[in-house]
Write a protein that binds this ligand. Structure first.
Ligand SMILES: [Zn+2]
Length: 74
């Protein structure tokens, strides 16, 4: 699957904040992901990122909207 900046993806492992959703902020040799739950940024090698990601999530997805709601002022 191809990923683009701004895509929301779900990962196998849950972040300590409880979210499994990440926004892609960079693609290339390395992927940069921003936790939708807490804003934490991680950089992963492409291969690792692709292994970790289980699926793309729509911005209409209930789980995504729930986290956005929590985040509030964006
Ligand atoms: Zn988090």
């Amino acid at each position: 699957m191809e990923y683009e900046i701004g895509d929301i993806v779900r990962t196998k492992k849950e972040h300590p904040c409880g979210s499994k959703l990440w926004e892609i902020t960079r693609v290339g040799v390395d992927f940069k992901l921003r936790c939708v739950g807490c804003g934490h940024l991680i950089t992963l090698e492409r291969q690792k990122a692709l292994k970790m990601i289980t699926k793309k999530v729509s911005k209409e997805d209930k789980e995504y909207l729930k986290w956005k709601e929590k985040e509030g002022n964006i």
